[in-house]
Design a binder for this molecule. Structure first.
Ligand code: 2PG
Length: 398
């Protein structure tokens, strides 16, 4: 049996008035996911354990088969692993967004989805100006970067994800608590350094949001994972543009497959990711394919972009993998799901259970769902499951 777990980050949503009360999944054309729901089994999965933040870190850790209540120690340590940054036991890794601040408010948590190339120049400037024996900055993907603080600095600081406070006054959300002042001062220093940086002057000239500040959050210590192979007896791989999924994969001992042109946005290399998934399953039992785009569209509050991202995920990731699976001599199990909802109306994540559907090429089955969406899956035989148990259920199924 081969397994393909296909994750459309943030796909789930709430009923939208402009769509006649439909959710994005109900309004989008998703024939491949509808086929999987109609010919397989469906249910709802709780990807965010009570008491943990509704983020893609917690949610995707669950989907990859690791209970966040046991394994989660923060987002940034996972991203650090993908960036090749080793952490000492008392190192605290922070996510360091490049953001756009305007009139004292968070205008854009992504600084206009700044290119990784532009961002690297800015992060290197900040590292030159602000790093010391206790602090180092590391460039990542687009607006997503890393700050590592030594000697437990910032471990207990209260930070807020910038995508949760679009439009809000930064003074009300700057880092607080232990070492809060230190990191607040660092954010303010970054504004001075970045304001007139040539990269930003050019972005402003081009009508793009400047990356005129950093914003730190998602900190934590390096986690400890039991290898995926040991937990599930399967050799697996991860395909994603973002360091978060690659980092979880590295800690789990999965192979990380790099796909050129994978951007973490709507312009990602869908075909490249689908082809890489089909290729890697020739030599591995299981592949996780993660697409970030629907989540970014949700944060932007764009119905059109989120419809496009979901339809692209369906036609350019799910459909080719489904076609390959049905033509394959070896049986396939395909699981499709979001990691969490990113409702257009809220422009950020919520911890609500997410819809999922499982299709096996060697079984004629159906739970009565005709489409794949937040309501139809409730007809399914799975009911409500703990997402971190899903992989185990699939690989043990007879
Ligand atoms: O990368 C990020 O900062 C966030 C934005 O929401 O994306 P995700 O939650 O999907 O990791």
């Amino acid at each position: 049996m081969k397994y393909a777990v296909l994750i459309g980050d943030g796909m789930a949503d709430y009923p939208i008035e402009k769509l006649g009360g439909k959710t994005i999944l109900q309004a989008a054309r998703t024939p491949a996911m509808d086929y999987i729901a109609a010919h397989g089994n469906t249910g709802l999965a709780k990807t965010i354990p009570d008491g943990l933040p509704a983020g893609s870190d917690v949610a995707n850790m669950s989907i990859l088969g690791y209970d966040p209540a046991v394994y989660y120690s923060g987002r940034a340590p996972l991203e650090a692993a993908s960036m090749g940054v080793a952490l000492a036991p008392d190192d605290v890794a922070f996510r360091c967004n490049l953001v756009t601040i305007e009139q004292g408010r968070i205008k854009d948590y992504s600084a206009g989805h700044i290119s990784s190339e532009e961002a690297e120049i800015l992060i290197e400037t900040l590292d030159t100006e602000l790093s010391n024996e206790e602090l180092r900055f590391y460039p990542g993907i687009s607006y997503r970067h890393l700050l590592v603080a030594r000697n437990n600095l910032g471990a207990e600081t209260e930070c807020t994800p910038p995508h949760d406070i679009t439009g809000k006054k930064i003074e009300e959300y700057l880092p607080e608590g232990k070492d809060g002042d230190f990191f607040s001062d660092m954010i303010k220093k970054s504004m001075i350094i970045l304001e007139l940086h040539p990269v930003n002057l050019k972005r402003i000239e081009e009508g793009k949001n400047p990356a005129n500040s950093i914003w730190v959050w998602g900190q934590g210590y390096a986690p400890k994972f039991t290898p995926f192979q040991e937990l599930y007896g399967k050799a697996g791989a991860v395909i994603s543009a973002v360091d978060l999924l690659k980092g979880i994969g590295i800690y789990a001992g999965l192979d990380v497959i790099e796909v050129p042109g994978a951007t973490g946005y709507l312009d990602t290399n869908y075909e490249g990711k689908a082809n890489a998934a089909i290729e890697v399953l020739k030599t591995r039992d299981l592949v996780f394919v993660h697409v970030e785009a629907p989540d970014e569209a949700g944060h932007e509050g764009s119905i059109d972009k989120k419809l496009r991202a979901v339809e692209d995920f369906d036609s350019r990731i799910v459909a080719p993998i489904l076609k390959h699976a049905k033509a394959s001599e070896e049986p396939f199990t395909i699981l499709v799901l979001p990691d969490h909802p990113t409702p257009i109306s809220l422009k950020t994540h919520v911890p609500d259970p997410i819809p999922f559907a499982v299709y096996r090429t060697d079984k004629k089955d159906s739970d009565g769902a005709e489409t794949f969406d937040e309501e139809s899956v409730k007809k399914g035989s799975f009911g409500l499951v703990k997402a971190s148990e899903l992989v185990g259920i699939l690989v043990k199924a007879k």
